[in-house]
Design a protein around this ligand. Sequence first.
Ligand code: PLP
Length: 374
Amino acid sequence: MALPRTDQMQLDRFLERLDQVAAREIGYPVAFDFDYSALVPFLSFSLNNAGDPFMPMTYLLNSHEFEREVVSFYAQLARAPEGQWWGYVTNGSTEGNLYGLYLARELLPEGIVYFSQDSHYSVGKNLHFLNMRHIMIRSQPNGELDYDDLRETLRIRRDAPPVIFANVGTTMKEARDDIGVIRSILDDLAIESRYIHCDAALCGGYAAFLDPPPAWDFKDGADSIAISGHKFLGSPVPCGIALARRSHVERIGHSVAYIGSVDTTISGSRNGLTPLILWYAIRSLGLEGMRERAQRSLRTAAYAVERFKQAGIGAWRNPQALTVVFPSPPEPVREKWQLASAGGFSHLICMPHVRQEQIDELITDIQSAGGVQQ
Ligand SMILES: *Cc1c(COP(=O)(O)O)cnc(C)c1O
């Protein structure tokens, strides 16, 4: 499969450009500190993980064995009840969130979904796909759900079972909705029929390593959880993990003779390479390696806030967050560092690959461009 020379040149130029832009990527929640070259031989196979990773499958070029290990690892981090959970490797948290909401709808067809203003932009789309009733709840200034607004809204809608879509790590401010608090509000109102989904796209990768850990997992009351694989863990291909209580999943699966498996996932054909990638990262880093990466990232975030303050720029972050929020700098600086911006502020996310020198350079750039509007 050789390429004509001009096409090869196009590829070469693309690679060169990627090297350049990757060196200045500090604005998105994706980790770059990986090397999966040991997995190159597996690119020679048409891997496909269609169907349930826990069931046998007729097509044998699948990596279900690795997928099971990956989801088991995250089930343990998320304190899933022993033997009472199920999960699979998704294409990312948009799919994991769709999956959680789908389970919720099958369980509570009359339910109303409650989610905060700070939820990811894909949530509205997912609700539209599923045609679910929904109500947006106010956020507090730090991006966290406004629990008073939630309580008040739930109180006047007691006829419909609530589906709470909690953000454990909002996209812009990395605020964490507290599932423990949400649960106690539901208990206070004596609402027994309910479902809690946790969108832990970024934070699910390291929440278990925080001290104290946020209230985000199955023990805290989640019914399903979505985590992105390409965010904290790091992957050259977007991917994620969907986890749910087993009893919820049993309501939706049905056998499909064509694949010789059970159809419990959203896609038919599924990526067989991403489970290998996630497995490789988990096994090579180990729990200690992951904890160390989380701590290093938190130190970088603390360093960034301190440096911004020294420069007279009002930056802040939520407790134990990797996301540092600050007033938007001028456009050329936002473009150079690929800084996501909304409502007059920008953020940088101190993922494991982000170095202190990059933060120093960003601050110098902001100062040379005339500072920020505060
Ligand atoms: C990134 C993100 C998503 C979407 O995840 P993908 O893996 O990109 O599909 C959803 N929710 C939150 C809070 C996110 O940060």
